[in-house]
Design a protein around this ligand. Structure first.
Ligand code: 6PG
Length: 264
């Protein structure tokens, strides 16, 4: 199922590919295209990376000459959708995963890598990250509708329907004013820092990358049979001025027949 790169704002697009390797390749092509569009349109590309294990193969692809040579890194700013409240040297750090996979191998200016300081006190780290984003987007006066638009936000999907570090039972999901908050994620017994739903929903493009049979049930809940009166966090990602695109591998889409997955 192909998708239209220039879909209408508010659209939800779904693409099912055969394998995790193909998912990484399609995602890498999307990053290249979105970066070129953004830099051509307004001189820079601001992307927020997802965490977890799924994007690792995408990140390694971005370091290969086939893809790295097609991205104008001097005009790229890398942020994160969320981070674990641990040291950046910890193997579980989303920042460390991205550095090991590609950031240390491409010519992106150091000042353009906007790391969430997982090693600091969570609330202070979240407030500091919001201040850094306000500087990056040049939006300082806190007004209700001041959420800036990332050019691309990459997101993963947890088996419980969480995305970034917006968990079904978390307080972060309810935040409507701040851009970045800290939350204690009970299911993983860890403090997290995360972009909030209104900031994610202000993005020009959101790209979900979902692979593996362990995600099949939650994918079905999101696309076919919402069993919760309260929508799962990932199901609440619906950019008001942008497009949300899901790339699923066949294992994650296994119980959601292609004919039943429809774009909204
Ligand atoms: C994190 C993520 C989280 C992740 C999902 C999927 O820091 O863990 O941001 O939202 O994307 O839990 O994780 P996997 O890709 O490892 O399945």
């Amino acid at each position: 199922m192909e998708t239209n790169e220039h879909a209408r704002p508010g659209a939800r697009e779904i693409q099912v590919v055969a394998t995790p390797e193909e998912l990484a390749y399609v995602a890498a092509e999307t990053v290249v295209l979105r970066a070129a569009d953004a830099i051509r349109d307004h001189g820079r590309f601001i992307v927020a990376l997802s965490g977890g294990s799924t994007p690792d193969s995408l990140f390694h692809l971005l370091a290969t000459s086939a893809f790295a040579s097609r991205i104008d890194w001097q005009h790229v700013h890398v942020c994160w959708g969320d981070e674990r409240c641990i040291s950046p040297r910890d193997a579980r750090s989303n920042y460390r995963m991205a550095c090991d996979a590609f950031l240390e191998r491409v010519p992106i200016p150091t000042a353009h890598v906007h790391r969430m300081r997982g090693e600091d006190a969570p609330q202070a780290a979240a407030a500091a990250y919001e201040a850094e984003l306000r500087e990056l987007f040049n939006v300082h006066a806190p007004h209700d509708d001041d959420f800036p638009a990332f050019d691309l936000i990459l997101l993963g999907l947890g088996a419980d329907g969480h995305t970034a570090s917006l968990f079904p039972d978390g307080t972060a999901l309810r935040e409507q004013r701040r851009w970045v908050v800290a939350d204690y994620a009970k299911s993983v017994s860890m403090w997290r820092i995360t972009l909030t739903l209104p900031l994610i929903n202000a993005s020009h493009h959101v790209l979900f990358l979902v692979a593996g049979a362990d995600k099949a049930e939650v994918v079905q809940q999101i696309f076919i049979a919402p069993t919760h009166t309260v929508l799962l966090p990932a199901a609440r990602v619906a950019p008001t001025r942008g497009v949300v695109r899901w790339i699923l591998d066949s294992a994650a889409a296994a119980t959601t027949p292609g004919s039943r997955i429809t774009s909204a």
